[in-house]
Design a protein around this ligand. Structure first.
Ligand code: SF4
Ligand code: SF4
Ligand code: FES
Length: 250
């Protein structure tokens, strides 16, 4: 018999500095609900299971199809996108929702992923081009190379890998797995390769590749199946070559 209602236990926090608290809700079950549709039901009628009127739960989402990464949170303790967390696929019993723990909480389930975006800036995770005039056709890339690179371009900066990484935390300067993987992507591009040195310089410094403890947690949780640790192996080779070049230039 399908369940009649869905119980949720949600970690609430009114502001970045407010103390967190837990609230429980019950919403009517409907076919094909996901976690976000439960939150939308709560927003219509923000009353706890105990009958107390409260504020609507705050969360972030955009694409609703696991492309933007903005709805990432802990669902029953596991970091994932809430838009693709279908209620009927979750175990019976209350669904626990919490914000990610490695990023500052903005409010309730929304976090500020800015530290990850700052690291992407730090490693120059883009291809520098002058858009003021037509450069003509770019360098060609083989189909095999394009396919190998494509998988890294699927990163949606959701932060799952950062949440799972034991080395990425408030006590460490480690930039985390997602920005490193983007160095692998942009250094492989025929135009991006021209500025590979700038990117490698960034990951050879404090908080860079050497801080990875190789626990492999990041690969386990990446919803896009990005081979992060393969990227780190490749970056290890690239940084060694760079280091040798610098040594012999002295
Ligand atoms: S391999 Fe482990 S330590 Fe390295 S980035 Fe991934 S989760 Fe973090
Ligand atoms: S590498 Fe995977 S887990 Fe990490 S931010 Fe990108 S998509 Fe998310
Ligand atoms: S809303 Fe975009 S990934 Fe969930």
């Amino acid at each position: 018999m399908p369940r009649q209602s869905i119980e949720l236990r949600i970690r609430r926090q009114d502001s970045p500095t407010a103390a967190p608290r837990w609230e429980e809700f019950s919403v009517p079950w409907q076919p094909s609900m996901n976690v976000i549709s439960c939150l939308m039901e709560i927003r219509k009628n923000p009353v706890t299971r105990q009958g107390r009127t409260t504020t609507p739960v705050h969360w972030e989402s955009s694409c609703l199809e696991e492309v933007c990464g903005s709805c990432t949170m802990l669902v029953n303790g596991r970091v994932r996108q809430s838009c693709t967390a279908l209620v009927d696929n979750l175990p019976e019993g209350p669904i626990t929702l919490e914000p990610m723990t490695k990023f500052p909480v903005v409010r309730d389930l929304q976090v500020d992923r800015q530290p990850m975006f700052d690291s992407l800036k730090r490693v120059h995770a883009w291809i520098p081009i002058d858009g003021t005039y037509d450069l003509g056709p770019g360098p060609r890339m083989s189909a095999e190379e394009a396919e190998a690179n494509y998988v890294f371009s699927r990163c949606m900066t959701c932060g799952c890998c950062m949440e799972a990484c034991p080395q990425f935390n408030g006590r460490s300067e480690f930039m985390g797995p997602a920005p490193l993987a983007q160095v692998r992507l942009f250094n492989a591009h025929p135009t991006g390769r021209l500025s590979a040195r700038e990117r490698l310089d960034q990951i050879m410094g404090r908080g860079g590749l050497v801080d990875c403890g190789n626990s492999q947690n990041c690969v386990e949780v990446c919803p896009k199946g990005i081979p992060l640790t393969e990227a780190f192996g490749e970056l290890g080779r690239q940084t060694t070559v760079q280091w040798l070049k610098l040594l012999f230039q002295k």
